[in-house]
Design a protein around this ligand. Structure first.
Ligand code: AMP
Length: 381
């Protein structure tokens, strides 16, 4: 199957080719025709599946067909859990939107930065990509209205609910026109997502789903080291140096550990930065940009960015500490081995974590080779 059979018109097909997209990914094959038909969609897909383009392309196609730029108010609202995802999704809309002959104005709005420039920016926007809290702030300030919304997308709905946005989302739903198309994407169909589905948010949705996890995990070589707590830091540095890692994402479970680790790594001549919720928006954007551009070799992250952020060809992920949930473990290591490129995930396991690591392996139905680290000489690491 090719993109040209999905009902997209020439400008978008050209843009897809320009982006070097080959064949449509399974989620795109399923979702694009359904969205074009105007039906609601319940999509079960995670980052890396190509889900962003699976709603961006048909939405732009519908926009193109109806020449929607006639209304005064935004016609598309995309709600996302994090600032980073807002910027990323808006970027995809802009990239493809530029290919259309009509002018499409997409604006990303999110908290953590000054509201005033966003109040100006949303004026005349056709597509608004927003985190729920900031959107409400803008609505309260009368900077935009939702009465013209024809399409609502909830991207990573499970993550939004996990982050405690349920109330804000409800407040937003109340302000939306009842007659609209609703598209909900979630990595999982947990209870929280089920609850909002049960609120009749979606009208007879078509369910689209990709069974993609096992395939993805097969692309990832997983190993783990048994290590004592006091040797963890040196072992991390040893692994980074001995493998000559140029781009590695290191996951930790707290902001404090992230900051401490960065200090230690830098002291030892390893260029590292951190990205977590206590950083300013500017600090987060810079760290991610520096990491992507190779100015930082190590990015230390909390689970904040375990999902949603697209870093292409990330060769290494290290779990300095294990996440609580097996799902988060899979999301973390899923940052590597994407788009058919091989990746490696390494976990550093202290005795206290061994049982939990066993549970994680059981849940993901994969055994991970455990290596002993006692014999490794960590002097100088
Ligand atoms: P997403 O799951 O939306 O974050 O997309 C993951 C990555 O796959 C992004 O870097 C996209 O640019 C890329 N991508 C999406 N669709 C395709 C496709 N059909 N062919 C190749 N790459 C794609």
């Amino acid at each position: 199957m090719s993109f040209s059979t999905l009902g997209l018109s020439e400008p978008l097909l050209k843009a897809v080719a320009d982006q070097q997209y080959g064949k449509p990914y399974p989620i795109q094959q399923q979702a694009i025709p359904v969205i074009l038909s105007g039906r609601d969609v319940l999509g079960i897909a995670k980052t890396g599946s190509g889900k962003t383009a699976s709603f961006v392309l048909p939405i732009l196609e519908l926009f193109h067909r109806t020449q929607a730029a006639k209304t005064r108010y935004a016609t598309v609202l995309v709600l996302v859990p994090t600032r980073e995802l807002a910027a990323q999704v808006a970027g995809v809309f802009q990239e493809f939107g530029n290919a259309l002959p009509e002018r499409v104005k997409t604006v990303a709005v999110f908290g953590g930065v000054a509201i005033n420039p966003q109040m100006v920016a949303v004026h005349g926007a056709d597509i608004v990509v927003a985190t729920p809290g900031r959107l409400l702030d803008l609505l309260r300030a009368n900077a935009l209205r939702l009465s013209g919304i024809e399409i609502l997308v909830l991207d990573e709905a499970d993550k939004m609910l996990e982050l405690g946005f349920a109330e804000e989302m409800d407040a937003i739903f109340d302000l939306l026109p009842r007659k609209r198309q609703t598209i909900l994407f979630s990595a999982t169909l947990g209870d929280a997502v089920q609850t909002i589905i049960n609120q009749n948010l979606l009208h007879e949705p078509v369910r689209v789903e990709v069974e993609e996890e096992p395939e993805n995990l097969d692309l990832i070589t997983q190993t783990a080291y048994r290590v004592s707590a006091d040797r963890k830091g040196p072992l991390l540095r040893y692994i980074i140096k001995s493998q000559n890692m140029k781009q590695v994402l290191v996951f930790v479970s707290s902001v404090r550990t992230a900051d401490n680790l960065v200090v230690k790594l830098n002291k030892n001549g390893i260029r590292a930065g951190a990205i977590h919720s206590k950083k300013t928006q500017g600090g987060r954007t810079d760290a991610l940009a520096d990491f992507k551009a190779g100015r930082l070799n190590v990015l230390v992250a909390t689970d904040l960015i375990a999902r949603g952020i697209d870093i292409q060809f990330l060769p290494w992920v290290i779990n300095f500490e294990l996440p609580r949930s097996p799902k988060d473990y899979v999301h973390r290591i899923g940052r590597t081995g994407r788009a058919e490129a091989a990746g490696q995930a390494i976990s550093l396991i202290i005795p206290d974590e061994e049982h939990h690591f066993y549970i994680i392996q059981k849940k993901m139905k994969k055994r991970v080779t455990m290596l002993e680290s006692d014999e490794i000489d960590l002097q100088g690491a």
